[in-house]
Ligand binder design. Structure first.
Ligand SMILES: Cc1cc2nc3c(=O)[nH]c(=O)nc-3n(C[C@H](O)[C@H](O)[C@H](O)COP(=O)(O)O)c2cc1C
Length: 205
């Protein structure tokens, strides 16, 4: 697939078909992630991969605990609103299933430093920024393979709990959870459309 086609086709999805993804394709996608720019030239990123149901249940236990109390309220308040609210109404009830039902769950960890959680400038966040360059590469590579990704940001203590449960070193943080698989057809969430022209400011804002 051509690069621009992958960029325009890439979407976060939350429902997958049962079709399996091969280990070979998974490796290709992780390798694409590793080609991303990195602030310290070191690419301090590690990817924990979950395939077996038991492993997923274990690693995703904190997602389940975190979302259940909010689901009913979200379902009632967010239907029929703005496009953003509609997206939440689709997304929130699927935070667990969109990971658990994906053929692979990828957990990208990055090496942290004291500045990440107490930033004094944007550069304090370089480890996070670099990790997200890698994650976007991963999303685009998945799209180029005819696959798609779901994605959740760990909330509150979730990330720390997952890292501990999976024996990640203390200085590594979980950036997000990623589900990888073949998207089911009815996955489209309406987008707010922007044109490049309305976002460009020549000379001054
Ligand atoms: C930083 C970031 C955090 C996100 N967190 C979540 C999340 O916790 N759960 C979720 O379902 N989607 C999450 N998303 C996905 C967004 O909902 C999605 O990217 C957005 O609606 C635009 O849709 P698109 O990616 O299909 O273009 C997140 C995306 C980003 C970039």
């Amino acid at each position: 697939m051509e690069l621009y086609e992958a960029i325009y086709k890439r979407r976060i999805v939350r429902d997958f078909t049962n079709k399996a993804v091969s280990d070979e394709v998974l490796e290709k996608i992780i390798d694409a992630a590793l080609q991303a720019p990195t602030h310290d030239h070191l690419r301090n990123w590690e990817f924990v991969i979950l395939k077996d149901k038991k492993d997923k249940e274990y690693a995703l236990q904190f997602v389940k605990q975190g979302i259940e109390p909010t689901l009913e309220i979200l379902k009632k308040t967010l239907i029929n609103g703005t496009l953003q609210q509609k997206m939440y109404a689709v997304a929130m009830p699927r935070q667990y299933s969109m990971l658990y039902n994906a053929p692979f769950v990828i957990l990208p960890f990055f090496k942290s430093n004291s500045g990440v959680m107490n930033p004094t400038s944007i550069s304090s966040l370089n480890p996070v920024s670099s990790m997200w360059c890698a994650i976007e590469n991963l999303f685009l590579a998945a799209c180029a393979q005819g696959l798609a990704c779901s994605m959740r940001i760990p909330v509150g203590e979730e990330g720390i709990n997952v890292a501990k449960a999976l024996n990640a070193p203390d200085n590594y943080l979980l950036a997000c959870y990623i589900g990888l698989g073949y998207p089911s057809c009815d996955n489209s969430v309406e987008q707010i459309k922007y044109s490049a022209k309305e976002k460009m400011h020549f000379g001054k804002w």
